[in-house]
Structure formats: C-alpha cells, structure tokens
Design a protein around this ligand. Structure first.
Ligand code: ATP
Ligand code: MG
Length: 470
C-alpha cells in the first residue's frame, strides 16, 4: 500500500516514530479513501504510545510555522501541514454504557483500536514502521468489502450500533456517498437498534443528514432511512409523505418517492445544499393539506404556503441555521408552484414581474427546483412542462432587460417623499411607496425615477398632502 504514502509527510512521521521507538500506523478514512481513489486531506495516525508526544516531535522536526493543536481531554493532537490535517492519537480500547454514546476509554493495542471502528472499510491500517512500512493491516476484510461495495461492521452489528447509534446514520451516509450496499445482518441490526438514535445529539444527526443530502444520489440515503425506521424517528414530517390513498378510484402519487426523485434531480444539476433542502421540503405540507374533492380529485390546497411556514420549526429541530439560508428555503418552498402556474399562452407581463419581484436573487434556483419537480412518468407531459418553462424563462429574460425588477429598489425613497411633502415618518410614506411599487409591477409606469416621482405627486395629492414650497 505504499502508493497511499506518496506524500513526503509519511516518511517523516515514520522517521520520527522510529527514533522514538513507537509503533505508528495510518488508519481509518484515509486508508479507505486511498483505496477508493478519493481525495482526502484528513489523516488519522494511531500510535502505540502517546499521540500528543509524537505530534509535538513531528512538528518540531517540520520546523517553524508548523502548529500543533493539542486536545488533552481527548488525548489527541493535530498537526497542519500544507493542505493536510494530521491527527495523532494513542491506540485505545473502548467500552460503552447504555446511557451515552461516549465510551470509557483505556490504552489498547492496534487490534483493540481496529475493533472499535464502525465499518470494516474504516478499520484498515497501514504500517509506518520500518520493517513493515506500507503493509496493509486489514483484519476484517475491508479491502474485499470495498471491492464488493459492502458496508459491514467489524464485530457484532447490534452491539456496534447500540454502543454508538450515530454509526447507523454513518452507515446510511456511506451507502449514499459511496453507492455501497449495507450487508443484510448489518441493516437488520440498524432496524433493531433504530430507537437508540435518541441518545445521539441533533447536531451529529444533522451532520450526517447533510452529508446524505450532498451525495450524488441522496435518494439512496432517504430510502435506507425510511426502510430502517430511522426516518420516522428523526424526521417524521418526511416519513408522513409516504403512502398513496385511493378515493373513487383516484390515487394521488406517493409524495415520498416523488420528493426523493426531485432531490436527486436537483442534486444532478446543483451542489447547493440549501437548494437540496428546499427540494426536501417543497411538498412537506402535502400530508397536512390533502383532501379529496368530488370534482377536483385529490387536492393539496395551500401546501406551498403551509410548507414554507413549517420550515422554521424543522430547521430549529434539526439545529440548522435560522438565518438567510432558512429564508432562502422558505422563499423557494413558498414560490415553488408559481412558475408552473404561469400558463405560457396567457401569461401576463405583470405576473412575470411579480414572480421576479417575489423571488429576487433566488429566481434562478427556483426555476431549477421547478424543473426538477417535473417527475411525471408520461414523457409527453414532461416535454410539455419543460417547453412551457423555457417560454417562461424567455419572458423573464425579456422583462428583466426592460424593468430590472430582480433587486427592486424603490425609485423614490422615503426621504424624498418626506422632503417633498414636508412630513415626518408616518403612514402615508408607506402607502405611497407601495402604490408606486404596485404600479411598476402592474406595468402602469416604468421602473424609473421620473415616472415614479410623478405618481408620487399624484398619490400625495389624493392623500391630502401638499408639496413643500421652496
Ligand atoms: P469522513 O471524513 O468522510 O466524514 P471518516 O470515516 O473519515 O469519514 P471521520 O469522522 O473522519 O470519518 O473518522 C475517522 C475514522 O474514525 C473512521 O474512518 C472510523 O474508523 C473512525 N470513526 C469515526 N466515527 C466513528 C464512530 N462513530 N464509531 C466508530 N468509529 C468511528
Ligand atoms: Mg475523515
């Protein structure tokens, strides 16, 4: 496995380890990713001795400007070298209590340290010791499992997951990221241990959920979460999308499968995590709003509005940021039906202007989501919708050139209104500004200062205001 040790840092670590007489190994994710030919910048080094001492000696040898961060309570130390982050830790043996995923830790052998790893593919080590330099130490057949694309725990799976239930999310995350299959006994153990997820902090769950979402095909992860029972526990609103009802011989589509298809579609055209979240949540209120209407069939009235209202609660629970990223998701969920409701033949300029105004900078992403939202099996329907969208896009472009509505700035400011009529901050200012904005969106006046100013005078007069004499 010398090919994994090309970077000159490994030679240096080996030299220092030899001088200090401490057996040293590269272990875990770096070894896995090297075999998979994936780029990694995090390296884990396990030492039969003190990781902190070895890290300090290595940093000394590397010379000036190399910094060691020491985490004494974890017994680890991190050295940054170029774009690599190298973490040193003494080999350890772990045992667990039922109430916490934090183990009791004691010094151990390399074997103990490999036994505590979550999956066979994550438990491989490469020797950095003189006589065996570059040798793979793979007690559980991790290399073979990589070849066969299989995720499996090194030891008894149920105990592995019960000890640290975060590993269940990690299994599903790796399946989604790497396109691997979770071996049957391992998946069964996840199903059995699913309720243990309650001892894992939300932050850690969300880190894994975001990694699932950022994988090439997030639907793999969502299907596994659903199948294992984890989805119901960590994201019941999403679980509720599953299922089809029939009334009077009419069935609606299964919104779980529809949504994960939309997420995959978005993933294939954009790396933006928040657009992927918008895809996850775009139909989240469908279960709540579902009704069967004798004339209309299945309806999900106002699901976009109620869905956008649900975003905050879900973000809060998931410990996702309650900032402009959340507002972006709310905005896209709220508007996700608008572009498709613009029927291209009859669409008015003012409807397009209002969409551009309401979406602002999110417009391009909104259009991506709307296109991704077309998941009909009927090719004709898909083609028809896509054609309509290209017409809507074209109209947007035409109107934008003329009106610059996207980042709308009121052409007459509040100060100018106050100055003109000699008034202090008060209700009429808002009324006038709103009136001007509406007139621009309706195409009654153009988006420029002169026309807006004239309208302001007119509206001011109507409100009984008088221009200040100069
Ligand atoms: P990535 O870096 O892509 O998130 P990784 O597998 O490298 O994946 P890290 O958090 O960097 O994950 O952990 C490094 C190694 O530590 C893993 O490869 C695995 O051997 C071990 N490990 C991490 N988390 C756990 C866990 N919860 N249980 C057991 N072993 C773990
Ligand atoms: Mg890693």
């Amino acid at each position: 496995m010398k090919k994994c040790l090309n970077d000159k840092i490994f030679k240096l670590i080996a030299e220092v380890a030899k001088d200090e007489d401490v057996p040293t190994f590269v272990i875990g994710g770096f070894v896995r990713d090297c075999i998979l030919e994936r780029k990694t910048h995090d390296v884990d080094i396990v030492v039969l001795g003190s990781g902190i001492d070895l890290a300090k000696k290595i940093a000394n040898r590397l010379g000036k400007g190399v910094h060691v961060s020491i985490f004494r309570s974890f017994g680890t130390a991190m050295v940054k070298f170029g774009d690599m982050e190298i973490e040193f830790v003494g080999a350890r043996k772990e045992s667990y209590r039922t109430t916490s995923r934090k183990p009791i830790v004691e010094d151990g052998s390399l074997e103990d340290d490999q036994n505590r790893r979550d999956f066979t593919i994550n438990a491989m080590a490469i020797s950095l010791n003189q006589d065996t330099y570059g040798t793979l130490i793979d007690p559980f057949g991790g290399r073979e499992d990589i070849k066969n694309k299989i995720l499996r725990t090194p030891l008894e799976p149920e105990k592995t997951f019960s000890d640290d239930p975060l590993r269940m999310m990690r299994a599903i995350r790796f399946a989604s990221q790497l396109g691997f299959t979770i071996e049957e006994a391992t998946l069964d153990a996840i199903k059995k241990s699913a309720t243990r997820i309650e001892i894992v902090s939300r932050e850690r769950i969300t880190v894994e959920l975001n990694k699932i979402l950022l994988s090439d095909k997030p639907s793999i992860g969502f299907k596994l979460m659903e199948e294992s029972g984890l989805l119901q526990l960590i994201f019941p609103e999403f679980q509720d999308l599953k299922g089809v009802h029939e009334e009077n011989g009419q069935r609606h589509k299964d919104n779980f499968y529809h949504t994960i298809q939309v997420v995959d579609n978005v993933a294939s055209i954009s790396d933006n995590l928040w657009l992927r979240w918008a895809a996850v949540l775009h139909d989240i209120a469908k279960p709540l709003t579902k009704k069967f209407d004798q004339d209309l069939g299945w309806t999900f009235h106002a699901h976009e509005f109620i869905g956008s209202k649900m975003v905050h609660g879900i973000f809060r629970k998931m410990k996702l940021p309650l900032n402009e990223k959340m507002k972006y998701v709310q905005n896209i969920v709220l508007l996700h039906l608008r572009p498709i409701s613009l029927s291209p033949e009859g669409v008015s300029d003012s409807a397009i202007r209002r969409l551009v105004f309401d979406a602002g900078d999110n417009l391009d992403d909104l259009m991506l989501l709307c296109e991704a939202d077309i998941t009909s099996k009927n090719e004709k329907t898909v083609l028809k919708h896509l054609k309509n969208f290209s017409i809507v896009r074209q109209k947007i472009a035409e109107l934008e050139e003329k009106d610059s509505i996207r980042n709308f700035q009121p052409p007459v400011s509040g100060e100018e209104i106050m100055e003109t009529f000699g008034i202090s901050p008060s209700k009429p200012i808002g009324i006038i500004k709103d009136f001007i904005k509406e007139a621009i969106l309706d195409g009654i006046i153009k988006n420029n200062h002169d026309e807006a100013y004239a309208l302001m005078l007119e509206k001011g007069k109507e409100l009984g205001l008088q221009t200040k004499k100069v």
